[in-house]
Design a binder for this molecule. Structure first.
Ligand code: SF4
Length: 272
């Protein structure tokens, strides 16, 4: 049986001198993604998240139906409430150049002081929702050169903004609905393909360094022998090496981001 994932939240208050306004942003973390910042049992906040679907302008029918945040929204309502607050705050900030500049500096300070060891993940929930937000992320990444960032996105045309940065791993979230577009982006910029496999999918020929995420019904984590799962048996050896270990086998101190670096390495060619 899979171990229970633990979640944490940490706040950042930002004061905007001109206008006299204050905003609160929430950083979240969980045992799977905390990497070297914490442990599976004691995760640290190291992510900034938004609303799923609403802040995912390039969601696909497949990802909408199997998104893990559908479950998270019910299981962790307090966490999701903060995603909602983050979403409202960042949309408002990005409509004002002054607030954008101040918020970038505040994010830089928070991330640089807390995430040097384990890295920072953009979006447990949500995606790059606009070009202005893509530039916001780029500005934070550039100003935190000692932090390893990673992101998953279906906003392929905004992801170009993150090209050429040495400290962010860009992962293109692909499924059978958007695979061709993901490959076009991969071929142009070299970003990694992260393919979400669902029931009935024939997994396409994935480039070296790709990662496969099985949706819930394909996972073996609740079986005594996960490798008995029919889906696992149907994979080639190359595909088995691409599967996200905690998603398929279940999460633990050893099976999580950090010990596993498939999505964290910069440059897709280095991931195998
Ligand atoms: S493949 Fe590895 S790095 Fe990627 S999400 Fe799974 S555990 Fe994390």
């Amino acid at each position: 049986m899979a171990n229970q994932t633990k979640f944490v939240l940490s706040s950042l208050e930002v004061a905007y001198q001109y206008g006299g306004r204050e905003r609160v942003f929430w950083f979240d973390g969980n045992g799977k993604i905390t990497a070297e910042n914490g442990s599976f049992e004691r995760p640290s906040a190291n992510a900034f998240s938004l609303l799923h679907k609403t802040d995912c302008p390039h969601k696909t029918p497949i990802c909408e139906s199997v998104c893990y945040v559908n479950r998270l929204e019910d299981a962790e309502p307090e966490m999701y409430r903060m995603y909602r607050r983050n979403s409202a705050a960042i949309h408002q900030v990005l409509s004002c150049g002054y607030e954008t500049a101040i918020t970038i500096l505040a994010f830089v300070e928070w991330i640089a002081s807390r995430c040097k060891r384990g890295g920072f993940r953009w979006h447990v929930s949500g995606d790059i929702f606009s070009m202005e937000y893509a530039w916001f992320i780029r500005a934070v990444v550039i100003r935190t050169p000692d932090v390893r960032h990673w992101i998953y996105t279906r906003s392929f045309h905004f992801s170009e903004t993150l090209h050429g940065l040495r400290n962010i791993a860009v992962n293109l979230s692909a499924d059978r609905d958007n695979f061709n577009e993901a490959m076009t982006c991969h071929n142009q910029f070299g970003f990694r393909i992260c393919f979400m496999a669902t029931e009935g999918d024939v997994i396409p020929d994935l480039p070296k360094g790709s990662v496969i995420f099985p949706s819930h019904e394909l996972r073996g984590r609740d079986l005594e022998q996960p490798t008995d799962a029919p889906w696992w048996k149907s994979l080639s050896l190359k595909q088995k090496h691409m599967v996200c270990p905690p998603d398929f086998f279940g999460q633990s101190e050893a099976l999580r981001c950090g010990p596993c670096k498939k999505c964290l390495l910069f440059g897709y060619a280095k991931a195998e």
